[in-house]
Design a protein around this ligand. Structure first.
Ligand code: PLP
Length: 424
């Protein structure tokens, strides 16, 4: 283990993003900072967030309603301030991205526009084992449209003896469903297995059958490289409290491709904030949706949540997605290498996440063959924070923004100790 600790130290010294670690608050137990590997569930708080939220509280305190139009960030335009950074993170134009609501709400709004069953084209394709909220959302949307989920909700199975789904199999299924397929809705990165789906290929196949194609980027945004515009994705939704570090329950995000977003005739669920801002305050009933993703906004901006989002996005601007991904490949590769090479861990752990670095993000999902929960509890008592998923899986995500190579080596060492203690 000594060699490994030395190696981790030298990787940390050579890490050009190492200084970002000090820009985050790490939770402590008895004054000792934890090993935090749970940024896939809730990202850490940037040190600058508190001031950013305070600034808006002060602005409100000092200006009341006039805060909407005064100061360097008038609230009336608040949804515009995140566009530049978000567009880069998801590979889109600024007119295609907006931060609003929460993920599941945005998924419903997107489906109201892009799940339009007609004739025999009624089916939605998702992956088996989808995140429950996504399953509930598509299930209820089918019911809402008068359909029958037993027939219309198709779930892709994983490969035999594998935890992931090959792109060939996805495309084959899309082609088989053909003109019965109304919409494909898959994850960017699957929350349980950590598989990074091939967005471009899947979208192309969906479009070839005449179906719309959307992605849930909850675990992909701020984690893996995305090119939503060039890949011609119809819509995408995300939350910002995982890799985007914007705080619990923070504002979500929506992408709608410009070829769709510029079409004012697309049916949608509307609210006043999605309407032509020049006439918004005339308070009449002339419906004139903004010809961009902003036309899907319902309500005026939740400024306090959005302020925290902006503070975090500044760090993404500073670090750059390309640099983050570069480090992420090394960091997760290092974790995989230490697990695979450990003699103590052999036979105790299977990695569910694809071993191809291009087919995953930061997360590795570790299947524990025995005593999973009790090993997990031992790690928790050693000040490691990660997450547990039934039946026997620990998800660990070394996040390139704030985790170090030493976090990874310390974690693997503690995992070895936990397994050894469990055996005795
Ligand atoms: C985290 C996550 C959600 C959470 O949905 P909210 O609406 O933000 O509560 C939904 N879907 C997936 C796949 C997730 O990983």
């Amino acid at each position: 283990m000594k060699n490994i600790i030395e190696k981790a130290k030298s990787l940390d010294q050579a890490d050009p993003l190492a200084s970002f670690r000090s820009k985050f608050h790490f939770p402590e137990k008895n004054g000792v900072p934890c090993i935090y590997l749970c940024g896939n569930s809730l990202g850490l708080q940037p040190v600058t967030t508190r001031q950013a939220v305070n600034d808006e509280l002060n602005h409100w305190q000092e200006h009341g309603v006039e805060g909407h139009i005064t100061g360097n960030r008038p609230w009336v335009s608040y949804h515009e301030y995140s566009k530049n950074a978000l567009a880069k993170i998801v590979g889109a134009k600024q007119s295609e991205v907006v931060a609003m609501n929460n993920l599941t709400t945005n998924l419903h709004l997107a489906m109201a526009s892009f799940y339009r069953p007609k004739g025999k084209r009624t089916k939605i394709l998702i992956e088996k084992g989808a995140f429950p909220s996504d399953y509930y959302a598509v299930h209820s949307s089918i019911l809402q449209n008068g359909g029958n989920p037993t027939q219309d909700l198709i779930q892709l199975e994983t490969q035999e003896n594998e935890s992931w789904i090959s792109t060939e199999k996805i495309i084959e299924t899309i082609e088989r469903l053909g003109d019965e397929l109304a919409m494909v809705m898959l994850p960017g990165v699957q929350y349980y297995t950590g598989q990074f789906f091939e967005i471009k290929e899947i979208t192309k196949a969906a479009h070839a059958t005449g179906a719309n194609c959307g992605f849930d980027l909850a675990h992909a945004v701020g984690n893996v490289p995305l090119n939503l515009h060039d890949d011609k994705v119809d819509f995408a939704v995300w939350c910002t409290y995982k890799y985007l570090n914007s705080g619990p329950g923070a504002v979500g995000g929506l992408f709608i491709h410009e070829r769709q977003a510029s079409n004012k005739d697309i049916p949608r669920l509307s609210g006043w904030w999605g309407h032509n801002p020049d006439v918004r305050f005339k308070m009449n009933n002339d419906i004139d949706p903004i010809p961009s993703v902003d036309g899907w906004q319902l309500s005026n901006v939740n400024v306090l949540s959005h302020a925290a989002h902006l503070a975090s996005l500044d760090l993404f601007e500073e670090a750059g997605m390309k640099n983050l991904r570069e480090k992420s490949l090394k960091l997760t590769g290092f974790l995989e290498e230490l697990i695979v090479q450990s003699e103590i861990l052999a036979g105790h752990i299977e990695i569910l996440t694809p071993s191809d670095p291009n087919a995953r993000g930061a997360q590795l999902s570790l299947f524990l063959t025995n005593h999973g929960k009790s090993i997990f509890d031992r790690l928790i008592s050693k000040n490691v924070i990660m997450d547990w998923r039934e039946p026997n899986v620990i998800r660990v995500a070394p996040v390139p923004m704030y985790n170090s190579f030493s976090d990874v080596s310390n974690f693997v060492e503690l995992l070895e100790v936990a397994i050894r203690d469990e055996e005795q």
